[in-house]
Design a protein around this ligand. Structure first.
Ligand SMILES: Cc1cc2nc3c(=O)[nH]c(=O)nc-3n(C[C@H](O)[C@H](O)[C@H](O)COP(=O)(O)OP(=O)(O)OC[C@H]3O[C@@H](n4cnc5c(N)ncnc54)[C@H](O)[C@@H]3O)c2cc1C
Length: 396
């Protein structure tokens, strides 16, 4: 019969949240094991931020998080803040810079963040098990019994689920956490790919294809939510930070509203141009405001031939609306294959917001992306992983 290894704490998932939790618990003197089915820890950290890991955001606050309960994240984010993580980065002498909008990236490589977490885990004597599958989880009278691949069994008092969301299955993402939530009777909010490029029907796609590679600063609105960042036309549809941001709010069938000239009134500008340069072609004028290919496409789509002087106010208005108020209905998204995160997840109603422990099953915790808390693009998702992981690590 195989020997059962006893731990105080088992963390499933050696990603951002799991490693933070394991390190904090280990440094408190708890006997901790962390298990991952992947060959290496922190694979998403490694590829994040284009290989430089946007590890937090200077301006992180609950306002940048999406959840069925927007108040849930307040406690964890205020107990372990971006300033705490920045201090940890600085303690390790990792050089970093602010790229834009408070987003902090390593100057060197995302591997430095993984190495920091591994070092913190070593300081806490955490036992790291890679390439290990959890076949079964059972509740026992004073904790949990785990059956692992290879026939090994482990038991623990506290079990922390840090297995992340569904995005990028090729990198080890699985629905494991959601299955454990279902096994223990926890609620779920619907899960969807988020921070993901949007796709379009064939007719529009043909047009977008011709613009592939064009980038422009844009404001994109969905209902009452809007973002102003770069928009990128691609051969698959629309992408760029502004599209990824709005994708977290977009639902199938919804329209998005795009201004390709944010903060400027295209109609007013066109009228002034018509008065000042009546012989100018609209495309020539718009090329002073927008990338040339995009200006040509808009003029073409609105069938605005001739000179500015030939265009009625109604024509100018239509042209201006195509710039300031372009309304499109995406047909879908690129899905979990390219999504950076999953919106939705384990219902926060079943969790303590200060410890992440489930209310129904004492000793069972959910942290990180598996929980129904999703950050905007810009370092917020890692901050949630650090904050929720730290809070659980302090009590398990
Ligand atoms: C391409 C890309 C770029 C990103 N860039 C950024 C960025 O720059 N800044 C930012 O804030 N966020 C970024 N994110 C989002 C961020 O990576 C995640 O929100 C964050 O990693 C979530 O942390 P987590 O610990 O909850 O989950 P993860 O980091 O996903 O870790 C989960 C771990 O659980 C393991 N696991 C899953 N299922 C099982 C199972 N059945 N058994 C055992 N182990 C299992 C996985 O192998 C993985 O190691 C990016 C995401 C992607 C995909």
């Amino acid at each position: 019969m195989s020997r059962i290894v006893s731990q105080d704490v088992i963390v499933i998932g050696a990603g951002a949240a799991g490693m933070m939790c394991a390190a904090v618990a280990g440094q408190r003197g708890r006997k901790v094991a962390i298990i991952d089915h992947a060959k290496s820890p922190g694979e998403k950290i490694r590829i994040s931020g284009g290989g430089r890991c946007n590890f937090t955001n200077r301006h992180a606050s609950p306002a940048q998080f999406i959840s069925a309960n927007p108040h849930f994240c307040i406690s964890a984010l205020s107990r372990y803040t971006q300033h705490d993580f920045i201090a940890l980065i600085e303690r390790y002498g990792i050089a970093y810079h602010e790229k834009t909008l408070g987003q902090l990236f390593c100057d060197g490589s995302a591997q430095q963040v993984i190495d920091l977490l591994l070092s913190e885990m070593r300081r806490g004597d955490v036992d790291l098990h890679l390439s290990t599958k959890v076949e079964q989880v059972e509740k026992t009278s004073d904790g949990f019994l785990l059956k692992l691949s290879g026939g090994e069994e482990m038991q623990c008092h506290s079990l922390v689920i840090a297995s992340g969301g569904k995005s990028i299955p090729k990198m080890g993402a699985s629905d494991f956490g959601y299955r454990i939530a279902a096994q223990f009777g926890l609620g779920m909010t619907p899960t969807l790919p988020a921070l993901v490029p949007l796709t379009f029907d064939d007719v529009l796609l043909k047009r977008l294809n011709a613009l592939s590679g064009v980038a422009v600063q844009a404001r994109v609105r969905h209902g009452r939510t809007s973002f102003e960042e770069a928009l990128l036309f691609t051969h698959r549809g629309l992408s760029g930070p502004v599209i990824l941001q709005i994708s977290s709010y977009w639902r199938e069938g919804d329209e998005i509203q795009v201004s390709l000239l944010p903060g400027q009134d295209a109609f007013a500008l066109l009228r002034v141009a018509k008065a000042d340069h009546p012989r100018q072609e609209p495309q020539t004028f718009l090329s002073t405001l927008l990338p040339r290919r995009l200006a040509a496409d808009i003029v073409d789509a609105q069938k605005c031939t001739g000179k500015l002087a030939d265009l009625s106010d109604a024509k100018l208005r239509a042209l201006a609306d195509a710039i300031n108020d372009w309304r499109v209905v995406p047909s879908g998204s690129e899905g979990y294959r390219t999504a950076e995160v999953t919106v939705g997840g384990v219902d926060t109603n079943g969790l303590s917001s200060t410890t992440m422990e489930t209310k129904a099953v004492p000793g069972l915790y959910f942290i990180g992306e598996v929980v129904d808390v999703t950050g905007w693009l810009g370092g917020y998702n890692f901050q949630w992983a650090w904050s929720s992981g730290w809070c659980a690590g302090k009590v398990v």
